[in-house]
Design a protein around this ligand. Structure first.
Ligand SMILES: Cc1cc2nc3c(=O)[nH]c(=O)nc-3n(C[C@H](O)[C@H](O)[C@H](O)COP(=O)(O)O)c2cc1C
Length: 192
């Protein structure tokens, strides 16, 4: 395996993956969308079931309709593209885990390609049913989220009640050997 010459840069980029909710109007080139999807396709899943299907949405009207499902995802109307995740609907817990994994790969691939991404959840069962209706997804499938992708305008959360930024320090998150057992030399970590 070839060692990455710029591994520190790649790690830094991955560390900086953030939720982007404001995008430039520029379209995402189709070739770039396929690159992102190729990374997503190789995501590991429970028993390699690969329980996902992706709906690429570059029709602004459809994104606008989805954005109206609930106020915390209104920003979706300003995204040039979204990748809606559809799951087989066979195994609730493992598919929820798999959905998280594939979502993160979409976000990381987008970031490494100079784009940004943002997760939007449709909401409760009725809102999910409405999203399925909008997207023509059979009701027996699971569909609860879409990943917006585009060129970032800002990483700011423009919503009236923004989510708190930043992360907990490693000292709060990590034990060694036994729960609660800390190492003195825990790195501080960066706050941005
Ligand atoms: C399961 C899940 C659902 C999310 N749903 C939404 C959502 O509906 N709307 C939204 O704006 N952000 C949503 N987010 C994004 C989170 O708010 C975001 O990941 C978190 O605030 C960290 O953002 P940051 O990386 O920019 O600091 C969701 C994230 C996850 C993991």
């Amino acid at each position: 395996m070839t060692a990455l010459a710029n591994v520190a840069d790649v790690l830094e980029q991955i560390r900086k993956v953030r939720q982007i909710r404001q995008y430039r109007p520029d379209a995402v080139p189709e070739a770039v969308v396929w690159q992102v999807l190729e990374v997503a396709r190789w995501t590991g899943s429970s028993r390699n079931t690969q329980p996902w299907h992706f709906i690429v949405i570059d029709d602004r009207e459809i994104l606008r309709q989805l954005s109206q499902l609930r106020p915390p995802i209104a920003w979706l109307a300003g995204a040039p593209l979204g990748i809606a995740i559809v799951l087989d609907g066979q195994s609730e817990i493992s598919e929820a885990y798999d959905e998280g994994r594939v979502t993160e790969r979409l976000l990381i691939a987008a970031k490494l390609l100079g784009l940004g991404g943002g997760v939007a959840w449709y909401g409760d069962a009725a809102q999910q049913a409405e999203a399925k209706r909008i997207l023509g997804i059979p009701q027996e499938r699971t569909a609860r989220s879409i990943v917006a992708i585009g060129y970032p305008l800002s990483a700011r959360d423009p919503r009236p009640s923004p989510v708190q930024r930043g992360r907990k320090p490693l000292a709060e998150l990590v034990s060694w050997n036994r729960y609660g057992q800390r190492r003195q030399a825990t790195p501080d970590g960066s706050d941005s």
